[in-house]
Design a protein around this ligand. Sequence first.
Ligand code: 13P
Length: 313
Amino acid sequence: MRVSPKVFYENCYGKYAIPAVNVFTMEQVHALFSAGEKADAPFIVQLTPAARNYADPRMLEAMIKGAVKIYPKVSYAVHLDHGDETHALDAIASGNYQSVMIDASHEDFVTNVAKTRTVVKKAHASSVVVEAELGVLSGVEDDMSVAEELAKYTQPSQVEEFVALTGCDSLAVAVGTSHGAYKFSGGKGIQFNILKEIQSRLPNFPIVLHGGSAVNLVEIDRINKAGGELREDASGVPADEIVQSIAFGVCKINIATDTRLLWTRVHREFFRDIPELFDPVIPGKVYMEEYEKFMLEKFDLFKATGKSSQLKH
Ligand code: 13P
């Protein structure tokens, strides 16, 4: 069933988190929905502007509609991740999204408020909810790249005013995570003191954690043993920090990098071990199985397993 993230957040606040997973391909859509149905776990499937430019939004949205027919028991929402105004307004007008993110976090406060407010007005008129971002995350995602020295933690003193002025429905915060496979250089991890202050200023308001990949070093090692050259200082968010963040109001946790690493590991190992094959179907099946297993573990970690059939609407 299609569910508004608003309903997800009302159900999960303080208890569990909804994984929001970026998809680019048919295999990813299939395996995400399959895992969601098996785990009886709610999830958000999200598309970035880069994914939409790569595959065409109509292709991705049609695949999601197909997955809903194949896995009819899932509770899911479709979300636009890191939208600019153009993608956000297009997504709202399409009627295929329950939620959009307007990412004007790189702008000054006043411009961020103005751009977010414009999207919120349009979105709410179509019953679409809006995620906004305050503070700037470092790292690399798709075609976005923010150097560490330009990243800024969210200032808790600004959050109440930002939410009141924009009318956004959830807030993505910069509390130490970053996009990509090389997080936490300097080893600082999630800044729980900032998260705690944000929660005390915005009680019961859903917080979104970008940069939620774990970056499993076993995967990095396997990729490099199969011919990859990923850097040894790859690192992600430790499992205990994910679990801790849920109590501070984190309701949605974004994951993209882990599914890319998985894709790379599966395909590198596959073609290293069976170099005579040239069929996308065979490694594609392996990727879907591994992706499903990965998602089942994530649902458990986020405490979302079994929560789909318990949702109160
Ligand atoms: P990761 O790079 O940690 O997977 O984060 C993805 C993300 O935040 C998408 O918006």
